[in-house]
Design a binder for this molecule. Structure first.
Ligand code: PLP
Length: 378
């Protein structure tokens, strides 16, 4: 089946007991067993829940993977991947990444003597140079957050596999609609389902998708043993959101392209970051690796920090808030919000300065979106 069909049907057959078209919310903590060791596949809801099973199957199908696992948040999914490591192991990561991911590497993994080396996101040779005998994971985001650089997944996967290292790709920004990292050689795909996958800004959730059975079993063990599972209602909301993923992504992209073009022409804008622009340094790679350029646009405003504050206060269609990927337009100031946990000198060295704004372009009418930007930037 094609993507839009799988989004609606994969893992979601009508309920076998009642025929209900929609997957029921199995709001239960435990399941009746008929005798010792005899049950219907579910014993206790931390270990498994049929609503969650449906979401996991659907996500696996959308990423062209064999196994999916759902978690209580994107960061819970990250913790589960990191549980594959032991004290003294090493991670190589790109230098432009979600602030919370940086924080888990810097503040939590470091306490287990697990060091992370950061390399320039779009330099493939830098990943290889950073590998040490104890390196176990290469961790990528592409497009990166918030500067929207691209990493060549196929090329980094070759490096990783030559050195017997697992490649993890955080695919939150493109969603499986525009990019499927497992097809390009990644070992584990990670999502904050909070973002495009759920798409309605009403759930926190995370997921992992993989092909290798032993990796799946190790992470599934951790999911049950450490316990960061999502509740059935959140899982059900996410399943409901996924059904429209294809149409939402198409509209997010159409609107984002128009916003990127508008900002490129605007005299109060210093620089626009959008992989769909022909002027973007990784545009050719974006065309090769993705089937579309996504709904995120970042730009540098020409002016002071207080001017930037005026802009965000004046925006009406865009809400000033953290997060992304919902149907409504959001604007965020990465330096003080999503990336505030990265020390200033590290942040600025990476090109993430105080006048950068990140837009999650929603699916409102494009004329309202552009009029709103026009009046706020004026
Ligand atoms: C939001 C986000 C995360 C963390 O996910 P939560 O659901 O907030 O825990 C990880 N990676 C990226 C790229 C994100 O945008």
């Amino acid at each position: 089946m094609e993507f839009a069909t799988k989004a609606i049907h994969a893992g979601q057959e009508p309920d076998p007991t009642t025929g209900a078209i929609m997957t029921p919310i199995y709001q239960t903590s435990t399941y009746a067993q008929s005798g010792m060791g005899e049950h219907k596949g579910y014993e206790y809801a931390r270990t498994g829940n049929p609503t969650r099973t449906a979401l996991e199957a659907c996500l696996a199908s959308l990423e062209n993977g064999r196994y999916g696992l759902a978690f209580a948040s994107g960061l819970a999914a990250e913790s589960a991947v990191l549980s594959l490591l032991s004290a003294g192991d090493h991670i190589v990561s790109c230098d432009d990444l979600y602030g919370g991911t940086y924080r888990i590497f810097d503040r939590i993994m470091s306490r287990y003597n697990i060091e992370t080396s950061y390399v320039t996101a779009n330099r493939v040779e830098a990943y290889e140079q950073a590998i040490r005998p104890n390196t176990k994971i290469i961790w990528l985001e592409t497009p990166t957050n918030p500067l929207l650089s691209l990493v060549d997944i196929r090329a980094v996967a070759e490096v990783a596999h030559r050195h017997n290292v697992l490649l993890v790709v955080d695919n939150t920004f493109s969603s499986p609609y525009f990019q499927r990292p497992l097809d390009l050689g990644a070992d584990i795909v990670l999502h904050s389902t909070t973002k495009y996958i759920n798409g309605h800004s009403d759930v926190i959730g995370g997921a992992l998708i993989m092909n290798d059975q032993s990796v799946y079993e190790a992470i599934k063990f951790h999911q049950n043993a450490a316990g960061a599972v999502p509740g059935p209602f959140d899982v059900w909301l996410t399943l409901r959101g996924i059904k429209t993923l294809a149409v939402r992504m198409r509209q997010h992209e159409e609107n984002a392209r128009a916003v990127a073009n508008f900002l490129t022409e605007h005299k109060r804008v210093e620089k626009v970051y959008y992989p769909g622009l022909a002027s973007h340094p990784d545009h050719a790679l974006a065309r090769r690796q993705m089937s579309g350029f996504g709904g995120m646009v970042s730009f540098q405003f020409k002016g002071s920090l207080s001017d930037v504050d005026t802009v965000v206060r004046r925006l009406r269609v865009f809400t000033f808030a953290e997060s992304l990927g919902g149907i409504e337009s959001l604007v965020c100031h990465p330096a003080s919000m999503t990336h505030g946990s990265i020390p200033r000198e590290i942040r600025e060295a990476r090109g993430l300065n105080d006048t950068l704004l990140r837009l999650s372009v929603g699916i409102e009418d494009i004329s309202d979106i552009l009029r709103d930007l026009e009046q706020a930037l004026a």
